[in-house]
Design a binder for this molecule. Structure first.
Ligand code: TYM
Length: 338
C-alpha cells in the first residue's frame, strides 16, 4: 500500500452564532472566517444558536427565516457540509439537558460578572429573565457536549469560554476527567470589529447604521464606509493609533483582515492620500469579499430541500456525539440508567 492512512483522530473545533439578527461583518471576521480557514485540519461542529436567542423576545417567523439564512451563509462562506457538522441547536435536545446540569455547577457570582448579561439587562430592562442570566451555562453545555479542543470566537465571547473552563475545572475536580478543557481561539485581525458610525462600540446589529450585513447590497455597503467616522483631528492621515484614532484603526483592521495586508503596508499604500481615498477603498475591498458569499447564499436559499437535508444530517451526527457525553455525565452525577 503506497498510501499512508492516518489513524490519528483530528482535534475538534466548535462554535455557534445566534440567529437573533442578520449576520454581519463582525460575525464574519471575528468568527466564521476563522472557522473556514481551519476546516480541513479539524473535526468541526458549527451551529445556529437559536435557543440562546429567546433570552430576548423574537418574532417567530423572523427567527425561522434567519436560522435558514444563517445556514445558507455558513455554507456560502465556505463551510462545506461534508467537512463540517452544521446543525440547529434546538434540534439536538442534549443541549437543553446538559445545560440544566451545568446550571447546577455554575455559581451566581460567576454569572453576575458576565459583561453580556450586564449589557443586555440594561438594554432590555423590561425582560431581565432567568435565561438571560444563566445563558453561559447553556453555552458551556453547547461546547462541552462535543469535547472540543478549540472554540473559535471573537473577543466579546472570550469571557463566556473562560467561564466554561471554570465549570470544567469544577466538574472534573468532583468527578474525574469527564470534559476536555477547551481553549478560546481568537483571530489576530478582526477579533473586535467596531461600529463604523460609533467606533467606541463594537459592530452589532442593534446599531444598523454602523453595521455591515453579509447580505447587504454593495451600494449600501459603499455608503456606510464613505460615511464611516474617522477622527476629529485635521491630520487626515492613515496611521494606526488605537487611542487617538479609533475609527481609522478600525477601518485599518477591517482592511487588513479582508486583504491580508499589514498595517505598515496599508500606511504606505495610502500615504499622502487621506481618508477620502482610504474609506471607499476599504468599502470596495469588503464588497468584493462579500459579493460571492451573498450570491451563493441567495442561490442556496432557493433550494430549501437541500438546506433541510444539511441540517437534518447535521443534527443526527451532532446528537450521536452529544449523547455519548450526556450519558457519561448522567452516570457520573448519579442519575439512574434507563
Ligand atoms: P454572537 O451570536 O453574539 O456572535 C457570534 C460570533 O461573532 C463574534 N462577533 C464579533 N467578532 C468581532 N467583532 C464583532 N463586532 C463581533 N460581533 C460578534 C462573536 O464573538 C462570536 O464568536 N454566545 C454566543 C453564541 C454561542 C456560542 C456557543 C459560541 C452560543 N453557544 C458555543 C461558541 C460556543 C454569542 O452570543 O455570539
Amino acid at each position: 500500500m503506497d498510501e499512508i492512512i492516518s489513524t490519528e483522530k483530528k482535534k475538534v473545533m466548535l462554535s455557534g452564532i445566534q440567529p437573533s439578527g442578520d449576520l454581519h461583518l463582525g460575525n464574519y471576521l471575528g468568527a466564521i472566517k476563522n472557522w473556514v480557514a481551519r476546516t480541513d485540519e479539524f473535526d468541526n461542529y458549527y451551529f445556529m444558536a437559536d435557543m440562546h436567542t429567546i433570552t430576548v423576545r423574537q418574532t417567530p417567523a423572523d427567527l425561522r427565516r434567519r436560522t435558514m439564512e444563517q445556514l445558507a451563509l455558513y455554507i456560502a462562506c465556505g463551510l462545506d457540509p461534508e467537512k463540517n457538522t452544521l446543525f440547529v441547536q434546538s434540534h439536538v435536545h442534549q443541549h437543553a439537558e446538559l445545560g440544566w446540569v451545568l446550571n447546577c455547577y455554575t455559581m451566581f457570582g460567576e454569572l453576575s460578572r458576565m459583561t453580556q448579561f450586564k449589557d443586555k439587562s440594561l438594554k432590555h430592562k423590561e425582560n431581565i429573565n432567568g435565561g438571560l442570566f444563566t445563558y453561559p451555562a447553556l453555552m458551556a453545555a453547547d461546547i462541552l457536549l462535543y469535547q472540543p479542543d478549540f472554540v473559535p470566537v471573537g473577543e466579546d465571547q472570550k469571557q463566556h469560554v473562560e467561564l466554561c473552563r471554570n465549570i470544567v475545572q469544577r466538574f472534573n475536580g468532583l468527578y474525574g476527567d469527564v470534559f476536555k478543557m477547551p481553549e478560546p481561539y481568537i483571530p489576530k485581525a478582526g477579533a473586535r470589529v467596531m461600529s463604523l458610525s460609533a467606533p467606541d462600540g463594537k459592530m452589532s446589529k442593534s446599531m444598523p447604521e454602523g453595521c455591515v450585513f453579509l447580505m447587504e447590497k454593495p451600494e449600501d455597503i459603499a455608503r456606510k464606509f464613505k460615511r464611516a467616522v474617522t477622527d476629529s483631528d485635521t491630520e487626515n492621515c492613515v496611521r494606526f493609533d488605537l487611542d487617538n484614532k479609533p475609527g481609522v484603526a478600525n477601518l485599518m483592521s477591517i482592511y487588513s483582515a479582508v486583504t491580508g495586508k499589514t498595517y505598515e503596508e496599508i500606511e504606505q499604500e495610502f500615504a499622502g492620500k487621506g481618508y477620502g481615498a482610504f474609506k471607499p477603498a476599504v468599502g470596495d475591498a469588503v464588497i468584493e469579499v462579500l459579493r460571492p458569499i451573498r450570491e451563493e447564499a441567495a442561490h442556496l436559499l432557493a433550494d430549501k430541500a437541500y438546506l433541510e437535508g444539511v441540517y437534518r444530517a447535521g443534527a443526527e451526527k451532532a446528537s450521536y456525539v452529544a449523547e455519548k457525553t450526556l450519558r457519561k455525565v448522567y452516570k457520573k452525577i448519579g442519575f439512574l440508567a434507563r
